[in-house]
Design a protein around this ligand. Structure first.
Ligand SMILES: Cc1ncc(COP(=O)(O)O)c(C=O)c1O
Length: 415
């Protein structure tokens, strides 16, 4: 199998570092990303369609990062793009919201189990920040219980003390507990009586650089009971999992009911929108918080979100992505075995995390991902991957052919 050259990306990056801090800031650039070794990875995408992106050198990749989640139906989905284009002809950023804002809120209320209302913004971090503000407004309390390694965005309170630009005051209200540890949550609540506004967590632990971890039996039931007992608002950050586990919400998938849920990535198949949905008893608190932005009422992403959710419903999209993820990951495990390599899969299959266990240094795993990328299958080393509905059986079969060759290279190097 021919391996790719990505020289054009690298040349553009040399221009970028002169005029953009870090060249490509954040998690999609070579500085802070999972691109190890960076030489194997393209840095820029030229175009996308369905399950693929093409880099600046014209190489095609089967994309298992799905833009880190937003690509849920397939890139440039015709139905979603038509709904967006029709709305664009009428208006996008206007002095007043469009009718689609109400229609989208109604659709979310009909779709997500706990939703009695919905409120829109742009990024996942806007949603998690708003949810915490609502909890504070509702309870008159300041502290927030967070789960260690849980990612909720980049506002200072969501980062760690010691991170660049973050002060002690920014994180002073955070109370950290380990994932899946009911006793620790109970202890923290008892040590801070009447002071905790919210418990915020992702539905399961899908952190980076470690196997992902599902909730233990009874964990969410226990957290719900503790929140009820102590008058704490339970916030689920469904920004990453949302619509990939269950259209009714990832909490419904795991069988519990939060008070607020945050959505973003898969909401509009790549159009820029996020949302907080919540229960009736928090509606007045949500209305009391001053929270808005220049583009938050834009109508095009709302039309795109409506089309995305309707299509996901028709396809039974979450179930479909879980099935495709199972097929792919079972194939990856079998392909590894053939070469004496143990590929461990964790998390929900539509958002699988993978790790080669033969080598604790993780270099063997990094090499495997890099060999796949050089042959047109875009995996990153230490982040969960994403399945989208347009991923075909042929894509999965081709991925497994590439993986077979990558496993062979890695096995020979380590043999
Ligand atoms: C679970 C979770 N919460 C919040 C965020 C922040 O979303 P955004 O980057 O859109 O602000 C992310 C982004 O990756 C996320 O995965």
């Amino acid at each position: 199998m021919k391996t790719y050259s990505t020289d054009t990306s690298k040349t553009l990056f040399e221009r970028a570092v002169r005029v953009i801090p870090a060249g490509i800031p954040g998690h999609v650039g070579p500085v802070n990303s999972q691109f190890i070794p960076v030489s194997a990875f393209p840095y820029y995408a030229d175009r996308v369609k369905d399950s693929y992106f093409w880099d600046l050198d014209g190489n095609r990749y089967i994309d298992y990062m799905c833009a880190y989640g937003p690509n849920v139906l397939g890139y440039n989905n015709d139905l979603v793009d038509k709904a967006a284009a029709d709305q664009r002809k009428k208006g996008d950023c206007m002095a007043l919201p469009g009718k689609v804002q109400v229609e989208l809120a109604e659709l979310l209320v009909d779709t997500i189990e706990i939703a009695d209302w919905a409120f829109f913004m742009k990024n996942g971090g806007d949603a998690t920040n708003f949810a915490v503000m609502i909890a504070r407004a509702a309870t008159g309390r300041e502290k927030v219980i967070r789960v260690e390694q849980g990612y909720h965005g980049v506002a200072p309170w969501m980062q760690s003390y010691g991170a660049a630009g973050v002060t002690g005051a920014d994180v002073s209200c955070n109370l950290m507990v380990p994932w899946n540890d009911l006793k620790a949550a109970e202890r923290v609540l008892e040590e801070n009586p009447g002071q905790v506004a919210a418990f915020i967590s992702t539905p399961y632990q899908h952190g980076v650089f470690g196997d992902n971890s599902l909730p233990a039996e009874g964990y969410w039931r226990g957290i719900r009971a503790l929140c009820d007992k102590h008058g704490v608002v339970l916030i689920i950050d469904d920004v990453r999992c949302g619509f990939r586990l269950d259209l009714a919400g990832s909490a419904a998938y795991f069988g519990f009911k939060p008070d607020l849920s945050c959505y973003c990535k898969a909401l509009a198949n790549g159009y820029n929108i996020s949302a907080v949905v919540g229960v009736d008893s928090l509606k007045a608190a949500a209305a009391s918080v001053f929270y808005t932005g220049s583009y938050w009422h834009s109508a095009v992403p709302m039309a795109a979100a409506i089309a995305t959710i309707k299509r996901l419903k028709e396809l039974d999209g979450a179930k479909m992505m879980i099935e495709k993820g199972k097929k792919l990951t079972q194939g990856l495990v079998a392909a590894g075995k053939k070469h004496g390599i143990d590929m461990k899969i964790s998390g929900v299959p539509s958002m699988f995390y993978m790790r080669i266990t033969n080598d604790d240094s993780l270099m063997m795993h990094q090499r495997f991902c890099a060999e796949c990328v050089k042959r047109g299958v875009f995996f990153v080393s230490h982040h969960n991957h994403f399945i989208n509905c347009s991923l075909s059986d042929e894509d999965i079969a081709h991925t497994l052919e590439v993986a077979d060759e990558a496993f062979k290279v890695v096995a020979e190097l380590n043999g």
